[in-house]
Design a protein around this ligand. Structure first.
Ligand code: GDP
Length: 483
């Protein structure tokens, strides 16, 4: 019954949106990706570029001058926080610092006045919805029971490098009697150890991606509530929890998590998106090794599955097809020399292709791009002895260290990022040893964080933020709606 109510709600929503968008053409653009993938920087750069004269030669309606202007307007959803665009721009441009990352959902409305190819004046509204990718990975929980989820989470936590990280939680799990009386303190301890394990997996060195429940890592406004206080138990998949048992309590909370967190997110936000960009910090995964890359692949498959779940709701699909374009973007491409950008795309394409096959996904156009929403580096050739090395120049953030030096945030340095292999397969089969940092191995520039670029200013023009292939992303995401 609850499914029918859910369907009815979804359909009512779809109808309302449809009505709105009939009079006022609107694209709801979802921007997601796991924590630190680059969502905040991406949205800030996109809006700044469109409203303040960015350089987008590959974004056709913009490059041909058909876009008269783009401006911000109040967003339609009163209950969703506004994306703090103005603050982020100030931080990025004036302070040359990276803005604070996404920890919750937020929204921003951008209105574009343009001329159609046939000359008619039109307006397109773009509602940008920024949300943590961790939340998306929760959608598959909707069709899993507590027992199934427990079994899957446990099996995963016993594999490869995860097993070590999960050891303290596994120890505690052994002390629990699932069929014994419910016990708040034991549950709190289990939830904490389980969350610690999830967080350890997200550590830079491991960079693992497949970690539901997402709110354990990104709680939003629900931190500490019972719906977030549970953990998997070692119980039979087809077993029944005795009344009043620890098992019954965990299971109740797991179901509450789905009711309070996952379903509303699906209904109010996810199911209403038209276009989606999924940002991926692929470089972090490469550097963590093949385990992390396989994990990323599985997470991408999980994400594609979500889009399939999104489409298969019967009634809502009658009204209009929802997400019809999905772009996977490898971010921070400015950490590589341009000769590796196509290779970065090839790796992502390989990871997504497999996922798309597995999900037998055929409902939307999918594309892949390697981009830097804000390009923090320049390229140069540095002579070392007789060799000429393709390198990148950037200003390491204050406090970054390499080679025993601590950077002051003012000095520019040249680094040699190393190349990605021509054959993406090497990354997946472990043949690739990580991005070499310098040819003489005693420095590690791999994770060096650069400050945002210093912009040249002249009196007439607004400074434009440099980027890599952001215009290609725009062309794919909204180019067709501005014909
Ligand atoms: P979010 O958690 O997905 O919102 O991630 P952010 O947008 O806050 O990005 C996380 C961090 O990645 C930033 O603080 C930057 O250090 C880095 N970053 C993001 N985008 C770029 C980019 O285009 N170039 C470079 N060099 N660094 C980036």
């Amino acid at each position: 019954f609850s499914d029918i109510v859910e369907e009815a709600r979804l359909s009512a929503r779809a109808l309302l949106d449809y009505g709105d968008s009939f009079f006022n053409p609107t694209v709801r653009l979802g921007v997601t990706g796991l924590s630190r993938a680059g969502k905040t920087v991406f949205i800030t750069a996109l809006v700044h570029g469109l409203t303040r004269g960015g350089r987008f030669p590959v974004f056709e309606p913009y490059a041909t001058g058909r876009i008269a202007r783009a401006r911000l307007e109040p967003q339609p959803d009163d209950a969703v926080p506004r994306f703090a665009y103005e603050n982020h721009v100030r931080t990025l441009i004036e302070e040359r610092r990276w803005p604070n990352s996404t920890v919750d959902i937020s929204e921003l409305r951008l209105v574009i006045d343009y001329q159609r190819q046939n000359g008619a004046d039109r307006t397109l509204t773009i509602d940008i919805v920024d949300y943590p990718g961790e939340w998306l990975l929760d959608l598959p929980l909707l069709n899993r029971s507590f027992e199934q989820w427990s079994a899957e989470s446990l099996a995963l936590s016993r594999e490869g490098p995860r097993a070590k990280l999960a050891a303290p939680w596994h120890e505690h799990l052994k002390t629990l009697d699932a069929e014994g009386r419910e016990n708040e303190q034991a549950t709190l301890a289990a939830a904490k150890l389980f969350t610690d394990y999830l967080r350890a997996c997200r550590d830079e060195r491991f960079a693992m991606s497949l970690l539901p429940p997402g709110r354990f890592l990104m709680p939003g406004n629900l931190a500490g509530s019972p719906a977030l206080t549970f953990a998997p138990l070692d119980v039979a998949i087809d077993g029944t929890a005795p009344d009043g048992s620890l098992w019954a309590m965990m299971r109740r909370r797991y179901e509450a998590y789905k009711d309070v967190v996952v379903r509303p997110f699906f209904r109010d936000h996810f199911a209403r998106l038209d276009r989606q960009i999924v940002l991926v910090d692929a470089l972090a995964a490469f550097n963590a090794g093949p385990e992390a890359l396989h994990d990323l692949e599985a997470a991408l498959a999980g994400i594609l599955d979500c889009f399939r779940i999104g489409r298969s709701t019967i009634l809502s699909s009658l009204f209009r097809p929802r997400i019809d374009r999905i772009l996977f973007a490898a971010t921070k491409a400015d950490h590589l020399h341009h000769s590796s950008h196509d290779r970065l795309e090839a790796v992502l394409r390989r990871a997504v292709a497999k996922a798309a096959d597995r999900a037998e996904y055929a409902g939307a156009a999918i594309d892949v791009v390697a981009l830097a929403a804000v390009r923090a580096t320049r390229e140069a050739t540095v002579a070392r002895g007789r060799e000429k090395l393709p390198s990148i120049l950037g200003t390491p953030a204050p406090g970054e260290t390499a080679n025993g030096d601590t950077f002051d945030g003012e000095t520019e340095v040249a680094t040699f990022p190393g190349d990605l292999p021509v054959d993406p397969e090497e990354l997946f089969n472990g043949g690739f040893r990580g991005l070499s940092s310098t040819p003489h191995d005693n420095a590690d520039f791999r994770f060096l964080r650069f400050r945002p670029p210093l912009l040249e200013r002249n009196a007439e023009e607004e400074p434009a933020l440099p980027h890599i292939r952001l215009d290609r992303a725009l062309q794919f995401l909204i180019g067709d709606r501005l014909q």
